[in-house]
Write a protein that binds this ligand. Structure first.
Ligand code: B3K
Ligand code: ZN
Length: 887
């Protein structure tokens, strides 16, 4: 497939001020009439190139004159016209086939409804069009369909009219006052429940907020609507950004490739991020819904009002919007709290986000798909909706926030909108707006070095050296950065290093008793100092340090880097108990646990007394919240551990995690029991997803898992009881997953069956039922094959495919690396590829790290990748992934 390069960008030669679309909607064959008002941007005539895929072209007219086939060129997804005039109107008639569209891009059928998904390049599957984000137009959309089958016809903007037509049909006309790129176009047709509320807009006027979902599910949309209102209010308060619409709609779809889509005024969501009630959704699902509803809403400014010039700039909207949704979630968790409690509530969110970054993005940055947050090239843009563009992109925004401070960052945002509202711009434009404020705050300083974060792939490594000078009472801290080239780091063959990055590195110093030491840094006094590393290496000296301190490094994870620092376990234990920075405190405990796990993998060593004592101290610390305690007491997952080993030995990682969990369960049994009893008291209380209650449930379920792992004689009974009396899905799932992971298999099967009987009618709960089985430690390829034969299984539904195939291939190390695992993976990649290339390519990526594995798994994974690569007719999506993996 051809490679598309960032540097080849050319502006589109035409402006498209107005678009009129008429749809005769029909699942078998939808006819689209399109009228494009075009204005040439250059002096002399230019060919007009439109994109189209899987369309049947019926006619083309130019200024009302029907063109002959010889007047235009139709090849390879491109329609080229040769207009002479500077302003003209093109009329096109074409058809597409929603029913046959299993890619879920363009116009497709889900259940009894019709939906669209256009980002990145799906609009070309609806009609011929300049399908690129820098062509922004005002749309008028006329939707016509059978009234009984499709009583509701939605598109972007405001409803201008809704009229009856002959033959039981009706039509709705929508006008969107905001110019937009076609990737933000949407239409929905079907019969839905609707929950709505009106909202007083900041600055006057009212807006209608609506959440549409499948008939019969209205009782599950209250949380989503509440989250939408919170998001609107939060964006007003924290960013000063107002809702610019009279109507903001969210529609839930059962079949959806991603989480959701920010179409202007008409967000379409994976139903997993809309529907929730206490009986069917876990606490984690409630928080995820809040995050995704926030994310899509925040796109209305960061993405829609100011959009991307081209798809290389994707992180312009995604990194920034992820940063905004992370802050929204953190603020929601900390609502009503102050001081340490607020800080630890925010830290819980930070811990979860950093864990995601490490498990998804760090490996990507060290593997065959490594790319800068602003990629230089791609074959298929659908493959670049990655953890790097999203999560690392958000870290790069967060570092700008750290460097500018909240007020400076907000001033930078205001400047960004002042300069670019209504435009399609680049990542550079964003940094320039921030830089204008940065330079004002810090005369003489620029973001020139910082900009390299946008063009360099790879996770930087920062080495730390600390020395204390008793004569001077001074502490010297040296930071040194190493930036390996993209791709797998070749250790024997030292690669040419990349230039240094601008790394904000927050540190603190503690006394040997764990007390914070005040630092004097750049004219400020604080427990935390922000060191700005902009060269390969730099040393800072802190004076007035009366003893050799313990250093707390990379507080709040102030930069997406790997810290390398040799220190004794006793220092980590001290930080895990006393660090005032709740993120760094968690990090120290995790580092200590990782060392235990690595030692177990190597020598079978038992956990140290120091480690057990640390966990005991954390269990007993009266000053920490339940939610935070649940985070600090949890062990690194087998996947996290695996990332830390070379070569990667998955089965040894699984064994070590299990062993440590059971050792901790055993050694601290009375404490876990105590925690369980205290937190279990509210099992039957009224359910509320608020952070304090959710934190209590998280801690309870963690305690249960330790007791189960330890094989405590009462644990199985406690789990069974918890399942039976559970008033909510979090407790039900917590108990059931413990039974599957650690319990007797007979009991687990019986309970799974009960669960099935109770929830078989609910697709989202059935996804959980499938996922629990696909990730059970004893699940084999035979297990997942038989799950796939279940009548409720379908590879065409992405949520269901994810719940079985992806869960097994990505989250069940024993299963996928067991007998037949690799063949199963290859077979599923190919099966999915013939239905839905975007989803297939995501599964294909599960083997990205194959070359870092120990011999046996490595050769097996390579053979499976080669098998996939050898298959004729691979999609561009999967072909790019497997070819890069095998390079
Ligand atoms: N912008 C969408 C991405 C969908 C692209 C799928 N090919 C989701 C989001 O980030 O909000
Ligand atoms: Zn997004």
């Amino acid at each position: 497939s051809p490679t598309i390069s960032r540097n080849d960008y050319q502006p589109y030669p035409y402006a498209l001020p107005r678009v009129e679309l008429t749809f005769d909607l029909d699942p078998a064959c939808t006819r689209v009439y399109s009228r494009l008002h075009l204005e040439r941007q250059s002096e002399s005539p230019e060919p007009l190139v439109l994109n189209g895929e899987e369309l049947a072209l019926e006619s083309v007219s130019l200024d009302g004159r029907r063109l002959a086939v010889s007047d235009y060129r139709l090849e390879d997804g491109r329609l080229t016209l040769f207009p002479e005039a500077a302003r003209f109107v093109i009329e096109l008639v074409s058809t597409c086939r929603p029913q046959e569209n299993s890619t879920l891009m363009g116009l497709y059928v889900s259940g009894d409804h019709l939906f669209t998904q256009c980002e990145a390049e799906g609009f070309r599957r609806i009609t011929w069009f300049p399908d690129r984000p820098d062509v922004m137009a005002r749309y008028t959309v006329r939707l016509r369909a059978d009234r009984a089958r499709y009583p509701l016809l939605l598109s972007n903007g405001n409803l201008a009219s809704n009229d009856e037509l002959p033959d039981g049909r009706h039509e709705a006309v929508w006008e969107d006052p905001h110019p937009k790129p076609c990737y933000l176009f949407a239409l929905v047709a079907g019969s839905f429940d609707c929950r709505e509320q009106s909202l007083d807009k900041d600055g006057g006027g009212q807006a209608l907020l609506q959440v549409y979902s499948d008939r019969g599910s209205n009782s599950k949309t209250a949380w989503a609507l509440a989250c939408l209102e919170h998001a609107v209010r939060w964006d007003e308060r924290r960013f000063g950004l107002k809702l610019d619409l009279d109507r903001f709609m969210i529609v839930a779809a059962r079949d959806f490739n991603m989480g959701a889509m920010e179409n202007k005024g008409l967000n379409i969501f994976n139903s997993a991020y809309v529907l929730a009630d206490k009986d069917t959704a876990t606490d984690a699902a409630y928080r995820a819904i809040e995050a995704v509803i926030g994310h899509e809403y925040f796109h209305n400014w960061t993405g829609n009002r100011v959009t991307c010039r081209d798809w290389f700039q994707l992180s312009l909207k995604e990194g920034l919007t992820v940063f905004r949704d992370q802050e929204f979630s953190a603020d929601m968790l900390a609502q009503g709290l102050t001081g340490t409690e607020a800080r630890s509530a925010r830290a819980v969110k930070r811990i979860d986000d950093v864990s995601t970054l490490r498990i998804a993005q760090f490996p990507e940055d060290a593997g065959p798909m490594a790319h800068p947050i602003r990629p230089e090239s791609y074959q298929e843009i659908g493959n670049f909706y990655t953890a790097t563009v999203y999560e690392k992109g958000a870290e790069v925004i967060r570092m700008q926030h750290t460097l500018l401070g909240e007020a400076g960052f907000q001033a930078g945002m205001a400047e960004y909108f002042r300069r670019h509202d209504g435009q399609a711009v680049t990542c550079d434009d964003f940094v320039s707006a921030m830089e204008s404020v940065y330079t004002r705050l810090h005369p003489g300083k620029t973001l020139a070095v910082f900009r390299r974060w946008y063009s360099q792939a790879g996770t930087p490594r920062v080495t730390v050296e600390v020395s204390w000078d008793p004569a001077q009472q001074a502490c010297n801290i040296t930071l040194t950065q190493r930036n390996a080239p993209a791709g797998i780091e070749k250790l024997q063959d030292p690669p040419t290093a990349k230039p240094p990055l601008h790394i904000p590195f927050a540190i603190g110093l503690l006394t040997r008793e764990g007390k914070p030491i005040t630092l004097h840094h750049e004219g400020r006094q604080s427990d935390t100092a922000l060191l700005e590393l902009t060269e390969a290496s730099h040393t800072w000296t802190f004076t007035g340090i009366p003893e050799s301190p313990v250093v707390s490094l990379l507080r709040n994870f102030s930069a997406p880097v790997i810290v390398e620092y040799e220190r004794p376990d006793t220092d980590l234990a001290l930080l895990a108990r006393h660090d005032a920075d709740p993120f760094a405190r968690w990090e120290a405990g995790q580092a200590l646990a990782s060392r235990q796990l690595l030692a177990m993998m190597k020598t079978g060593e038992a956990p140290s007394a120091l480690f057990i004592d640390t966990w005991q101290a954390l269990l007993l610390d009266a000053d920490i919240t339940d939610a935070y305690r649940a985070r600090v007491l949890a062990l690194p997952s087998d996947r996290e551990l695996l990332e830390k080993t070379t070569p990667m030995d998955p089965l040894a990682a699984v064994r070590a995690c299990r062993h440590l969990q059971s050792a901790l369960g055993n050694r601290l049994t009375p404490y876990w029991m105590d925690v369980y009893r205290k937190t279990a008291a509210d099992a039957q209380a009224d359910y509320s997803p608020d952070p304090a209650s959710a934190g209590r449930r998280a801690l309870k379920n963690l305690a249960l898992s330790y007791l189960m792992a330890a094989g405590h004689p009462d644990a199985a009974e406690l789990a069974r009881m918890q399942y039976d009396v559970a008033s909510n899905m979090t407790d039900r799932m917590g108990a059931l997953s413990c039974m599957l992971r650690y319990g007797a298999s007979g009991v687990a099967i019986q309970v799974l069956d009960h669960f099935y009987q109770q929830w078989q009618h609910d697709p989202l709960v059935m996804d959980k039922w499938f996922a629990l089985q696909a990730t059970a430690p004893d699940a084999t390829v035979e297990t997942v094959r038989s799950l796939m034969l279940h009548p409720a299984f379908s590879l065409r539904n992405p949520n269901r495919a994810r719940s079985v195939v992806f869960q097994f291939c990505m989250n069940n190390l024993q299963g996928i690396h067991g007998p037949g695992g690799y063949d199963y993976w290859a077979e599923q990649v190919l099966a999915l590829d013939s239905l839905n290339p975007e989803i297939a390519a995501r599964l294909a990526r599960a083997f990205d790290s194959w070359s870092r594995y120990a011999d046996a798994p490595r050769e097996g994974m390579r053979a499976a990748l080669e098998h996939v690569r050898g298959h004729a007719g691979l999609s561009r999506n999967v072909s790019e992934i497997v070819n890069k993996a095998l390079k």
